[in-house]
Design a protein around this ligand. Structure first.
Ligand code: 5RP
Length: 241
């Protein structure tokens, strides 16, 4: 069930619509309230999370440090003097803060636009609560408009692309310039277009079993518990518990 409450961080009175960048700043600031002081925090990846990391710098003395979901986030955290530990060194995280490419009415998400989906799912899995921070453009009725990222073992790529084609999806290998993108885990990414994911739990369960799939970018088992959604009227809080 979704419950909604008004923002505790209202947007400043404005005569113009806030830009996507300003909305990201708004939700990043609001997320600080969910960081449990004295405890390690899980940190995601992406442009919204980059703003959260900046905000986290202001309370760095109130937390022992962070577990990060990517090399890029780790570098940003350490540049601010925040201790970053390997996921194996911290048993449980009270909260994981991350963005999303899409989020539906049950807190199910598509993630991986920033290629960090595997580590994001790992850190989310060891966190008590997933707080998603996103601008309102990410809220969708059904997952699938954003191309679905899937991290794959390179030798399985062509077969997995054919398996998605049999489902009605068109998959392509994500490139970095003229070469296939290599993830932080040394693997490849494919992006699948044209899927409508009406049952995210079943979809994630099925695709995760395909040989060679490292991680599918549907986050249904590791769904958001809360979403802080940036809107023109302020931060809308969606609770999915
Ligand atoms: C990275 C992700 C990001 O959370 C997602 O792509 C959203 O990014 P942004 O905040 O830049 O819109 O899943 O792998």
């Amino acid at each position: 069930m979704v419950s909604m409450s008004n923002s505790q961080v209202p947007a400043a009175p404005n005569t113009r619509a806030l830009t996507q960048d300003e909305l990201k700043t708004l939700v990043a600031q609001a997320a600080l309230e969910y960081v449990v002081r004295g405890q390690w925090v899980g940190v995601g990846t992406g442009s919204t999370v980059n703003k959260f990391i900046e905000a986290l710098g202001s309370i760095r003395h109130e937390i022992p440090g962070a577990v990060s979901s990517s090399v890029a986030s780790t570098q940003r955290l350490r540049a601010l003097g925040i201790d970053v530990r390997d996921a194996n060194e911290v048993e449980r995280l009270a909260v994981y803060i991350d963005g999303a490419d899409e989020i539906d009415g049950k807190g199910y998400m598509v993630k991986g636009g920033g290629a960090a989906l595997t580590r994001e799912k790992i850190v989310a899995a060891q966190s008590d609560r997933f707080v998603c921070i996103a601008d309102a453009s990410k809220r969708v009725p059904v997952l699938g408009t954003f191309p679905l990222p899937v991290e794959v073992i390179p030798m399985a790529g062509a077969r997995i692309i054919r398996q998605f084609a049999a489902m009605g999806g068109r998959a392509t290998i994500r490139m970095a310039g003229d070469k296939p993108l290599v993830t932080d885990n040394g693997q490849r990414l494919i992006d699948v277009f044209g899927l409508s994911i009406t049952d995210p739990l079943a979809f994630e369960a099925e695709v995760s079993q395909w040989p060679g799939v490292v991680t599918v970018g549907v986050f249904a088992f590791q769904r958001a518990n809360i979403c802080l959604l940036g809107t023109d009227t302020g931060v809308q809080t969606l609770c999915f518990d």
